[in-house]
Design a protein around this ligand. Structure first.
Ligand code: ASP
Length: 331
């Protein structure tokens, strides 16, 4: 029996055409059935197509993540794996969000897309689509990306470079596999076994992501709190250090925490992790109530905070959730 795979289409360059007037890429007017572009795949698996939306991924928001999660939940028992096609710009966010929304997976959810539209000569879309569909039949049970020649964990992946070789990378976790002849899967991937899916598809988007810089005005944080943010991610220096002398933001961290607004500190370094106990510049933030993002990507940190806030606004519970590894996002 051929494996059954469902492909959910959510837009991106792969389904775009060039506007003759502006020369810019935009979503094709009529969403075409991209399954027709890869007829040979039907020899290996039974592929069904589901249209979610056809937009540039910069226009995607948490409501789209929820829709994708709910669609997969509804169809979950009917398929051996899922492929989600979307734009690369925010793919790291959607893949991270889905890894929290759909936990305890027993089959793969594989993201892919392309840098060049399928319609244009030299597109990477065809290869990516074929390999993503094949990856969805393999012994993997997690949200991942199959792009270029790599399979990466979804909540560890970051868009890296608009070149065919390394569109995505995974700075803090090794690749789950290498696509090719043959495809090689690494031991540390999550493998298929019988588990009961836990679907929790909601996100609270009322958060802020703020990158600190020397001279950062602490009042910005007050304004964010005044405007009713439910949570804040702060990208600190090095291992998550923050100013604590002139322009100290420690009072703002204290204020936010006392008003039940979690402040998660992430690192501006792509590789490496937040460690709030290595310098006093982190220690004071931690004492004021800040939560460490450890070695999560900013995509995983932001989506984990949105997902957590949709469950609870209690800071003690949020701290507990952030200390846990929910879907391989942190180590
Ligand atoms: N702007 C596009 C998008 O993210 C880029 C891509 O698909 O690669 O939708």
């Amino acid at each position: 029996m051929k494996p059954k795979i469902c492909l959910l289409f959510a837009g991106g360059t792969i389904g775009m055409i060039r506007n003759k007037k502006t020369g810019a890429l935009e979503p094709a007017q009529s969403a075409f059935d991209i399954v027709r572009e890869i007829p040979e795949i039907q020899k290996h698996l039974k592929l069904d197509f589901k249209m979610v939306v056809n937009i540039d991924s910069s226009n995607m928001n948490p409501a789209h993540w929820t829709e994708i999660a709910k669609t997969i939940e509804k169809l979950y028992d009917k398929y051996d794996g899922f492929v989600v096609v979307q734009g690369t710009d925010t793919m790291g966010y959607t893949a991270s969000a889905l890894s929290f929304a759909l936990q305890n997976l027993s089959k793969p959810i594989v993201f892919t897309g392309s840098l060049i539209p399928l319609e244009e000569i030299g597109s990477d879309g065809r290869n990516n689509l074929v390999y993503a569909c094949l990856t969805a039949t393999l012994d993997i049970a997690e949200v991942c990306l199959a792009f270029s020649n790599k399979i990466l964990r979804g909540n560890r992946a970051k868009k890296n470079h608009e070149s065919f070789v390394a569109v995505f990378h995974s700075p803090n976790f090794p690749a789950l596999g290498e696509l090719g002849r043959p495809t090689i899967l690494n031991e540390w991937r999550k493998k298929r076994r019988k588990r009961t899916l836990k679907c929790s598809p909601n996100f609270d988007p009322k958060i802020s992501l703020i990158k600190l810089f020397p001279g950062f005005d602490p009042e910005i944080l007050d304004k964010v709190i005044d405007r009713g943010a439910h949570g804040i991610v702060l990208e600190g220096f090095g291992p998550g250090n923050v100013p604590f002398l002139e322009d100290s933001i420690i009072p703002q961290i204290k204020r936010a925490t006392s008003e039940n607004i979690p402040v998660v500190i992430a690192s501006q370094m792509e590789r490496g992790a937040t460690n709030l106990s290595s310098y006093e510049a982190g220690y004071y933030a931690q004492k004021a109530g800040a939560i460490s993002a450890q070695n999560m990507t900013s995509e995983a940190t932001v989506t984990k905070l949105m997902w957590t806030l949709a469950k609870t606004r209690k800071i003690a519970e949020i701290k507990k959730i952030f200390a846990k590894d929910l879907a391989g996002e942190v180590s």
